[in-house]
Design a binder for this molecule. Structure first.
Ligand code: AMP
Ligand code: MG
Length: 486
C-alpha cells in the first residue's frame, strides 16, 4: 500500500509547475509499489544541496522513499510525454519507466526535477516493462557524478535502491530504481511532441516555461523564439565541447536525449575514450558511427535544426520568413562551435591568449593522436609531466617535434596552472567501471564501486591513493561495447 506520509521535516519543498503547461505533456500517475526495497547508495552531498535532511531517516524509510513506496511530502507524481528522432527516425515517446515526483525548490531558490527511473510502466511504456536493473542504474549514478565533478553540466544522481524484485532481460537481474535530479527534463523532443500534434498554444506555453526556468536573461524586445534557439545552441555547444575536452562519447544523441538546459542526460551507452580515435563508438547498435566522438558536433547541429523546425510558427507568421531567420541563426553554429572548441583546446595545452598559429598547432596534435592512438587523457598528463603517463607512444619522434613547437608557444610559466585546471587526471575508465559494477551485481559487494565513486570526485588532483585508477587498460582486440535501455 502506498501512502503520502509527511516527510516535511526531511526538507521536501516540492512544486509541480510543469503539470500546468499542457495536459498533453503529462500523465499523472504513481510509481509502482515494490515488494522489498533496500538502499544501495544515497548521495548525501547532493541531498544537502537540495535542502534535504536525510541523515535522520532510518534505512527502511530511505528505501521506501527512494523506491516510491512512500512518496515525499507534497508529491504529485507524473510521467512526461515527448517525441524524438532515434537514430534519425521520428517516434512518439515519453517516460516509459520514469516518474517525476516533483520539482524541489532548494533553500537557494533553485529548482530541480526529482525523478524516479525504473519505477514502473506508464502510458508511454510501449512494449517495455517499465523497470530497470541494478547495473545500469549504478552505471548512471557513477558516470553522472563523474561528469558533475569534471565540471560538466549534467543531471545528477541522488540515490539507487534495489526493489527486491527481478527484472527480466536476457537473464533475471536485480530490479532497481535511480533517483535522477535535473534542472529540468525538457528535451528537444518535448517541442517535437507538441509540433507533431500541431499544438502551438501548448508550444508557446512550453517556450514561456522553458525561458522562465532556464533563460531568464532572454531579451523580450527581440524575437523570443529565435533568442531561445540561440540560447539552447550556446548551451549545447558548450556542453559538446566539454564532452570533447574529456573524451566523453554520449552514444545516443537522439533528440529526446538533448536537453534544453544543456545538461547531459541519459547515461545509457556512453563511455570515456581511452586511446584516441575520432571515430570511436561504444554503443552496440551504432553500427554506422552516427554518434561517434567526432560526429557529436554535427549531430547536435542536426538536433538543433529539428528544434528550430518545431518553433517556425512562433518565429514569424510568414513561414518563408521564419525559415530564413531560423537558417541565419543556425548558420552561426559552425563558427561558434569552432571558436569554443579552439578556446578549449588552447587551454588544454596551457594557452590563455590567442594567436593565429594556434589552430595549426592544435590540429597537429590532433593529427598525431589520430595516427598513433595514444591514451587521450594521458597525452595531456604527459604534457604536464605526470610520471604515470609514460607509455612508449610518448617517446615518438613526431610527438617530440610537436612538443618543441609547443614549448616555443607557451613561454609563460603559468601554462601548467591552466592545464591542471582543465585536464582531468582521473576519468572513470571503462574497465574500472565494469569491474565495480560486476562486483556489485554478481557478488553484492559495493567496495569497488564506493572506492571508485570517491575517486571520481576529485578528477583534477593527482593523488597517490588513486594511482591504481590512472592506469590505461591492457591492450585487447575486443572493442568495448555498451548497451541502450537496459
Ligand atoms: P532511452 O534509450 O533511455 O533514451 O529510452 C528511450 C525510450 O524508451 C524512452 O521513452 C524510455 O522511457 C523508453 N524505455 C527504455 N527502457 C524502458 C523499459 N524498460 N520500459 C519502458 N520503457 C522504456
Ligand atoms: Mg532517453
Amino acid at each position: 500500500m502506498k501512502n503520502n506520509v509527511s516527510l516535511s521535516d526531511s526538507g521536501w519543498n516540492l512544486q509541480s509547475s510543469y503539470t500546468q503547461i499542457s495536459d498533453k505533456l503529462i500523465s499523472e500517475l504513481k510509481p509502482d509499489a515494490v515488494t522489498n526495497p533496500s538502499t544501495v547508495i544515497v548521495n548525501n552531498e547532493l541531498a544537502k544541496k537540495l535542502g534535504l535532511n536525510l541523515k535522520g531517516m532510518s534505512k527502511k524509510d530511505l528505501s521506501n522513499l527512494f523506491s516510491g513506496n512512500t512518496l515525499p511530502h507534497g508529491s504529485k507524481p507524473f510521467a512526461q510525454a515527448y517525441a524524438g528522432h532515434q537514430f534519425g527516425q521520428f517516434t512518439i515517446l515519453g517516460d516509459g519507466r520514469a516518474h517525476i515526483v516533483g520539482e524541489q525548490v532548494t533553500p537557494d531558490g533553485e529548482i530541480f526535477d526529482i525523478q524516479y527511473k525504473g519505477s514502473g510502466r506508464t502510458p508511454y511504456s510501449r512494449g517495455g516493462d517499465g523497470k530497470a536493473a541494478l547495473g545500469p542504474m549504478l552505471r548512471e549514478y557513477l558516470i553522472s557524478e563523474a561528469m558533475y565533478h569534471l565540471g560538466i553540466p549534467t543531471t545528477r544522481s541522488l540515490a539507487v535502491v534495489e526493489t527486491g524484485e527481478k527484472v527480466y532481460r536476457e537473464v533475471p537481474l536485480k530490479g532497481s530504481i535511480l533517483t535522477r535530479v535535473a534542472s529540468s527534463h525538457i528535451r528537444i523532443g518535448t517541442f517535437q511532441f507538441l509540433a507533431a500534434h500541431k499544438d502551438y498554444d501548448g508550444m508557446q506555453a512550453l517556450l514561456d516555461f522553458s525561458i522562465k526556468r532556464h533563460f531568464r536573461n532572454i531579451n523580450f524586445s527581440k524575437n523570443v523564439a529565435i533568442e531561445f534557439i540561440q540560447s539552447v545552441m550556446q548551451k549545447q555547444i558548450k556542453l559538446i565541447v566539454d564532452w570533447m575536452r574529456v573524451g566523453f562519447i554520449h552514444g545516443v544523441m537522439n533528440t529526446d536525449n538533448s536537453t534544453i538546459s544543456g545538461e547531459t542526460i541519459d547515461y545509457g551507452p556512453c563511455a570515456f575514450m581511452d586511446s584516441y580515435d575520432a571515430k570511436t563508438v561504444f554503443s552496440s547498435i551504432d553500427t554506422q558511427g552516427r554518434y561517434s566522438f567526432a560526429n557529436q558536433p554535427s549531430i547536435i547541429h542536426w538536433n538543433l535544426v529539428r528544434l528550430a523546425e518545431c518553433l517556425l510558427p512562433l518565429i514569424d507568421k510568414n513561414e518563408k520568413k521564419s525559415i530564413e531567420i531560423a537558417q541565419n541563426t543556425l548558420n552561426d553554429f559552425s563558427s561558434l562551435f569552432k571558436d569554443e572548441w579552439l578556446q578549449m583546446m588552447r587551454k588544454k595545452i596551457g594557452i590563455e591568449d590567442q594567436s593565429d598559429e594556434d589552430e595549426e598547432l592544435i590540429n597537429n596534435l590532433v593529427k598525431w593522436m589520430q595516427s598513433k592512438n595514444p591514451d587521450f587523457t594521458n597525452t595531456f598528463c604527459n604534457l604536464m609531466n605526470y610520471e604515470h603517463a609514460n607509455d612508449e607512444v610518448f617517446e615518438d619522434n613526431d610527438f617530440d617535434t610537436w612538443k618543441k613547437n609547443w614549448k616555443k608557444r607557451v613561454k609563460s610559466k603559468e601554462y601548467l596552472k591552466t592545464m591542471i585546471n582543465i585536464n582531468p587526471v582521473l576519468i572513470p575508465r571503462n574497465y574500472l567501471v565494469e569491474e565495480a559494477l560486476n562486483e556489485a551485481e554478481t557478488n553484492n559487494k559495493l567496495d569497488k564501486f564506493n572506492d571508485l565513486n570517491r575517486a571520481i570526485s576529485s578528477p583534477y588532483q593527482l593523488k597517490n591513493v588513486h594511482i591504481k585508477y590512472l592506469m590505461t587498460p591492457n591492450k585487447t582486440n575486443i572493442p568495448y561495447k555498451t548497451f541502450c535501455g537496459t
